[in-house]
Design a protein around this ligand. Structure first.
Ligand code: ADP
Length: 160
């Protein structure tokens, strides 16, 4: 039984994230999408909102679970009995940051492997921040994010 953790900010979850989680769940028995509580970024959604949106958006993926953590990623991974960290890579621009993160995590925890999934071509060109920007300017994001996120973004930006 191999448990993998897919950690991230997921602010908010996009179809690109869901594609990686779905593909990882075809390989690993359980994939935990783990929302990092306090990333070094300005967040649009609270941890509770990010978790709720992920839960609603992953209902169709029986092997995907959702959780939150605020410790070192490798400590969280060990605490749930996982042995793999899943991340996604869109283009060469992601490589440096993901490589550095992988080296750090591997040094801290040589028993945990990092598996990078190449994004599907349909999802390589956008991130959560692109989605936030389009939504904030009133653009349609329903082709980039799941339904619950479309509604949540309308609630945030519709008020303005
Ligand atoms: P973090 O702040 O940890 O980078 P993100 O939520 O931005 O959290 O991203 C989590 C992971 O998902 C990262 O490995 C990132 O490269 C990957 N990712 C982000 N957007 C996409 C996408 N459109 N397709 C595939 N992977 C993606």
């Amino acid at each position: 039984m191999t448990i993998a953790v897919y950690p991230g900010s997921f602010d908010p979850v996009t179809n690109g994230h869901l594609d990686i989680a779905a593909r990882a769940s075809r390989i690993f028995d359980t994939v935990i999408m783990a929302v990092f509580d306090r990333p070094n970024k300005q967040l649009l959604f609270s941890t509770e909102e990010r978790v709720a949106l992920l839960r609603e958006s992953t209902r169709h993926l029986p092997r995907v679970k959702v959780d939150t953590y605020s410790t070192l990623t490798v400590d969280y991974v060990r605490s749930v009995g996982a042995s793999v960290i899943v991340r996604g890579m869109r283009a060469v621009g992601d490589f440096e940051a993901e490589f550095q993160l992988a080296q750090i995590n591997q040094t801290l925890a040589p028993d945990i492997d990092i598996v990078l999934f190449m994004a599907s071509h349909r999802y390589t060109f956008f991130s959560s921040s692109t989605v936030r920007e389009i939504a904030s300017l009133g653009g349609d994001v329903s082709w980039l994010v799941p339904g619950p996120v479309v509604e949540a973004l309308k609630r945030v930006y519709g008020r303005r």
